[in-house]
Design a protein around this ligand. Sequence first.
Ligand code: BGP
Length: 464
Amino acid sequence: MKEYQFKEGFLWGGACSAVQCEGRSPEDGKQDNIWDQWYREDPGAFYQGVGPEVTSDFYHNYEQLIKMMRECGITSFRTSLQWARIISDRDGAVNRKGIGFYHRVIDALLDNGIEPILCLNHFDMPMYWMEKGGFECRETVDAFAAFARVCYGEFSGKVRRWVTFNEPVITPEQGYLYLHHYPLVQDGRRAAQVAYYIQLASSMAVEAYRQMGCSGQIGIVLNLTPTYCRDPEDERDRQAAYAADLFFNRSFLDPSVKGEYPADLVRILEENQAVPVHTEQELETIRRNTVDYLGVNYYHPRRVVHRSRPLESDTFMPDRYFEYYTPENCRMNKSRGWEIYEKGLYDIGINIRDHYGNIPWMVTENGMGVQDEEQFLNEEGMVEDSYRVEFIKDHLRRLHKAIEEGCNCFGYHMWCPFDSWSWSNAYKNRYGFIRIDINDHARPSFKRSAAWFRRVSDGNRFTD
Ligand code: BGP
């Protein structure tokens, strides 16, 4: 039997986002964001037609869910502050009721001994800014920095760890390339502009944090997907993996941690007439405002091979440089359609250690979404989710090894302590230690994995 001991103070946490747990709750002055709008325009675009109005109802039920999270051993919890709940319009009017809600949530977390980690943006653009072009519009960037200042002014006395953006690459990737997120555009040049303005917004939020003399730490959460090519002996395949890594990992990792864009990424953008509109002063802001720490969301790797024939596309697409493939016999989470490859987490840690100054980092999301968990209900009505324990253990073993080899990782957060709504799959896949019965007023109940995680968190260790 092997024991995996983690250091004192290691965070055993969970993560969610405002849109995915709060519900629309328009009653307290929350304005529409892109999800509300998209759902109104086209409910059929959502899995089984279920939109973000149906959730675990954290907005009303946060006290009970926070107490239950504590029972699961959760010692830190990341959620996001909805921009459209806090700021009511383009003039920056502050909605005191929205602020009041987040104060109550933070206080409840602290009362239960759970460290709050606040994220300023988790895919939620207010419609009043989307109408102006969202992050294609320079004014939106300034507005985001102003929103950040309001949040620090209100909450930084109680909250010591902040996140500017969750998975910033998702908006350009899914919203401006692959048609999975609003505004459903496919245009590589516009995607590059959006990516650049999001990075600038993140750097300006870091700058504001320091200018206001806040005493905690500010970071960014990246979905680093280690990129592997089919044949490492084939130079063309290696180049394909290198390009995909530039587009989807290093486009935010390098400027956020090193303050610089990779020269090869800039060269590719130049070759494709896709260099975003920018100024020297903005680049200086990015250079000067690197993050204190990194959050890493890890679910699956990216597998690529060189392109066998040129991509037929009217617009510039990163896919000009690679194709995706699925290796034979790889392990899959069939519900989600994602490969399970726990070594990827170790590889991320070693990459950060060796190429990013061993900056402190934590796992901010990792988890296993499973369909039809009702089939695992036991006689007492509890979901027997041993597969979830095995998935987390597999990843923790690799994380432990990375830490033994010098990685500076200080926490592990699972997605999501309670079942939550998903952007692409609504309630198809369940991730929680806490089951939410959507058909019974979002009633929460513990799954078997909750007690296991509690023991891990209490002892700071687990055994095989
Ligand atoms: C991450 C997002 C989360 C969450 C998670 C699970 O990329 O940051 O918001 O949704 O993925 O993915 P899904 O809901 O698609 O199963």
